[in-house]
Structures are given as C-alpha cells and as structure tokens.
Write a protein that binds this ligand. Structure first.
Ligand SMILES: Nc1nc2c(ncn2[C@@H]2O[C@H](COP(=O)(O)OP(=O)(O)OP(=O)(O)O)[C@@H](O)[C@H]2O)c(=O)[nH]1
Ligand SMILES: [Mg+2]
Length: 494
C-alpha cells in the first residue's frame, strides 16, 4: 500500500515537471519565433520569402526522410482477386514450367476440364457430412447405381460418377463423394475438390448445420459455387419440426451472405431403414425396422429449375472454379520447387563456408570470406522468393545475424565436435575441422531461418529473420551436424 502511494506521488511529480518544462519550452519557442518573425518583417521581403522557403523545404525533407525510414519498400503486390482467365492461368503455367516447376498437377486439372467441356455433360456433386444420406439420394435418383449405403459413417471412400437423365433429357453426371468429417483428411480434400469441379453442388445435411458444415457451405459460397441445400431424412421430423428446421437453414445461409434462393433449400427423404416401436396388445414393446420410400420430388424440381436457367453462366462459373483449383495446385508446386531450390542454395553456401573455413589461415579471414558468402546466399534466397530487399536490409540482416553468431559459436563448436566423433576412425579431431563444421552449421541455420521468414512474410525483414535465426539455431545445429560433418570430411579427403 505504502509503495503504491509512493509510486503515485512519484508519477505526480514527474507529470508536474513535464508540465513545467513543456510550458517553459512553449514560452521560449514562441518568444524566439515572434522575435524572428518581427525581424524578418522589418527586413527586406526577399529575406522573408527565402527564410520561409528554407523552412518549408526542411519540413518536406524531414517528412520524406521519416516516410522512407518507417514505410518500407513493399514487395510485389498481392495477386488481384479478379477471376483468372484461361490465358492468365496458361501463361502462369508456361512461366512456371520454364522455370523448372513441376506443373503436371495443375496441367492435369485443366486437361480434365477440357475433356468435360468437350463432352458437354452437366456435373452435379452430392457433398456433405458423413452419413447424411448422399449415396442414398443418388440411389433414389438412379436406382441402378451401384452405390454403397451403410449406417457406418464413411461408407463411400472414393469419387464416382453416375449417369442420370432428367425430364428435359439433359446429359447429367451425378457424383458421389466421401463425406466430410470422416477420419481420413485426404478423402475430405478429394471430396471438396470434386465439389468445386461440379456445375452444381447438392449439399446434403440431416439437421441444423454443424460448425463443420457451416464452414464447408461458406467455402463453397466463397468459390461462387451454385448450390442446393438438401435437408435429407425429413421422414424423421413431423411437419412442425421440419418447418422450423427449414427456417433455420434459410437463416443460416442468409447469415453466410450466400445468394441462395428459397427454392434452393429443400427437404427430402431418400428413404431408408427406420426403427419403429410396435406396441403389442399384451403391453410388450418391440422395435421393428421398416423401409420408408423415397420422397425427392422437390429436389428434382429444384435441380431442373437451376439447369433450365442460364446454363452458360453455370459453365463460366465451373470454369473459373477449376482455374482456381489449377492455380492453387500451381502455387503448391511452386512452393515445393522453391523449397528444393532453397535447399540447394543453402547447401552450396554451406559447402563454400566449410571450404573457406578450412582454407583460412587465421580466424579473421574466414569471417571475411563468409561475409561474402552470406551476402550471396541471402540475395539468392530472396530472389527465389521474389523478395527484392534493399542492400541495406541484406547488410542489416547479416550484421544482426553476426551479433548472434558470437553467442552461438561455442554451442556450434560443441555440436560440431560431437558430430565429428560419430565418424569412426577419425582419431583426434583437429581444431580446424571442428571450426569448419561449426561455421558450416551456422550458415546452414542462417539459410534455413531465412527461408522460414521469407516463406512466411514474402520479404526480408532483417530483425524478424535474425530473431528466427536465434530462436531456431540449436535445433538447426543438431539437425544438420551429420550432414555437414560428412561434407567437411569429404572436402578434406578430396
Ligand atoms: N430415415 C432415413 N434414413 C436415411 C435416409 N437417407 C439415408 N438414410 C440412412 O442413413 C445412413 C447413411 O446413408 P448413406 O447414403 O450411406 O450416407 P452417406 O452420406 O452416403 O454416407 P458416407 O458415404 O459415409 O458419407 C443409412 O443407414 C441410410 O439408410 C432417409 O431419408 N431417411
Ligand atoms: Mg456415401
């Protein structure tokens, strides 16, 4: 309590002193400014204008300098959210392929789209959580379809297409996919991608939407995917419950900001086994399983209405969605490629650092040699990640890194010494070799932390990169020691 009071009094004194100084400074500056102003007005007008011009230039220069210092140079602007055109995605693929990126995944996506476009069929995809009755609905539409229906969640474990002709005689493919929320994440991804490739998604639920379902619907709406929300197993609800549920589903879609009309939310029943409690005359109760028939008329009407509308717009939206999938695959391939190239660059620089350290005559020279190698490695890695740092940033990163190296050197020497002991027949490890491995380890760690920062931020932020270097150094040292010790030994025996 006493201390509290003391602190409060101290703060009050400081505030009072600040007030006194601020008032004094204000009076002093005002007086000086008025003095100067009076004198200038009394003097020749040219002097007054020159004086004002100098003050304004100084203010502009200061503002510019502060802006340069605080607002850093921006990296390339993020790609716009406008839909990708065919030319644009093909240009990106071409460029990436020329740079050595494996574009086969993205290319296959475009080829599959072209094949579907040439065939001209409409694709509808059943999508939703496990066991909501997707396969049952498909079976109700295509009674001959060879689909697996089971109470066990996750019964559908691959993507299959079934032909269906609606009343208008259109060629339609219905796609059955694994349910989301099952145990295998890979199946979920395959199902979600297939839904995005379809013209229209039939999102099947069997009650109010769960969080996972809301996320899935929201993602589809973000991809501008036309959808019908199908409340299945309606036979389990009475009329009142069903009406309340439908109201709730419409509200959910509204909250997600989706453009889904009222007639695109339907309640149906694919039919299935229902447990019914039978009461006998003697009071006994017995549960019997009964088959209920399918009631999917409203779904067929909703599908026909959508397909009877502007099919060209459905085609355009499907094409855009697939271009987006191809772009995502390309991005993933580019990032894999970057990591591979980054690995090569880091290995190259580490090798040079090791050789440099082994050839060094005195400890001073190897630092110099490695300063150059560090600059080259940083520049190459930045270029690989499309970051174009100023020379100042590269220097700042290296000097911040250097200050951390001092602290990390004893640790890396110890790790290097230990690592070398793992190679049999080496005898007593010479100091030079340990030093070389230690320097190599530091380079390796420096490169890896830089890659981490560049892939996270897309630009070189010297202080952040140096912090990442310091935080990850011991982990990187341990991970790289055998590889780099082997590198040093190979050099030594060459
Ligand atoms: N009562 C009732 N049961 C249904 C209805 N539709 C499906 N079922 C039952 O729900 C269970 C799951 O049906 P499936 O068609 O396999 O569901 P799914 O969505 O394909 O499931 P996964 O492939 O595992 O994702 C089965 O036991 C069906 O008999 C329905 O309209 N009413
Ligand atoms: Mg299924």
């Amino acid at each position: 309590m006493k201390l509290d009071r003391f602190i409060r009094v101290a703060i009050a004194v400081v505030i009072f002193l600040v007030f006194v100084f601020a008032t004094g400074a204000l009076l002093f500056i005002t007086e000086a400014a008025l003095n100067v102003w009076d004198r200038l007005r009394a003097g020749p007008a040219a002097l007054l204008y020159a004086y004002v011009a100098v003050i304004v230039s100084l203010a502009v220069a200061t503002a510019w300098f502060i802006w340069r210092l605080v607002v850093k140079k921006k990296v390339a602007p993020a790609r716009s959210a406008t839909p990708l055109s065919k030319n644009e995605i093909e240009r990106r693929l071409h460029e990436a392929a020329a740079a050595g990126v494996d574009v086969s995944g993205a290319q296959a996506e475009l080829q599959a789209l072209a094949a579907r476009q040439a065939a001209g069929a409409i694709h509808l995809c059943f999508f939703g959580e496990v066991s909501t009755g997707k396969s049952s609905l498909l079976k109700a539409l295509v009674p001959d379809a060879d689909v697996l229906i089971d109470v066990v969640a996750g019964s559908t474990d691959d993507v299959r297409h079934y032909r269906w002709r609606n009343a208008a005689g259109s060629e339609i493919y219905l796609t059955d996919v694994p349910g989301i929320g099952g145990h295998e994440a890979g199946l979920h991804e395959a199902a979600a991608a297939e839904a995005r490739r379809a013209h229209l998604v039939l999102f099947v639920c069997d009650g109010d939407l769960t969080r996972a379902e809301l996320n899935a619907v929201s993602a589809l709406l973000t991809f501008d995917k036309p959808l019908i929300l199908v409340l299945n197993k309606a036979d389990r609800f009475d009329a009142q419950e069903q009406a309340t549920l439908m109201q709730r589903l419409l509200q959910r879609i509204d909250e997600l900001g989706g453009e889904v009309r009222r007639d695109q939310v339907v309640a149906v029943s694919a039919g299935g086994d229902v447990d019914v409690v039978k009461r006998h005359a003697d009071g006994r109760e017995e549960t019997v399983r009964r088959k209920t028939g399918a009631d999917i008329g409203v779904l067929v009407v909703a599908i026909n209405r959508l397909l009877g509308g502007d099919t060209q717009s459905l085609d355009v939206r499907r094409e855009r969605a697939v271009f987006q999938i191809a772009a995502e695959k390309l991005q993933a391939a580019e990032s894999d490629y970057r990591l591979q190239r980054a690995e090569q660059i880091i290995r190259g620089a580490t090798r040079k650092a090791v050789i440099g350290a082994m050839a060094a005559v005195s400890p001073g020279t190897d630092i110099l040699v490695q300063g150059y190698i560090g600059t080259r490695m940083t520049q190459e890695l930045c270029k690989l990640f499309d970051a174009s740092p100023r020379d100042l940033d590269v220097e700042e990163f290296l000097s911040l890194g250097q200050s951390r190296v001092g602290r990390a050197l004893p640790l890396s020497l110890a790790v290097a010494g230990n690592g070398l002991k793992a190679f049999p027949g080496l005898g007593t490890v010479a100091g030079g070799l340990v030093h070389a491995v230690a320097y190599g380890l530091i380079f390796d760690a420096l490169g890896r932390s830089l890659v981490l920062t560049l892939s996270r931020h897309g630009e070189l932020i010297p202080a952040t990169a140096a912090c990442v270097f310091e935080e990850g150094i011991s982990e990187h040292l341990e991970a790289g020691v055998r590889r780099i010790a082997r590198m040093a030994l190979d050099e030594k025996t060459d």
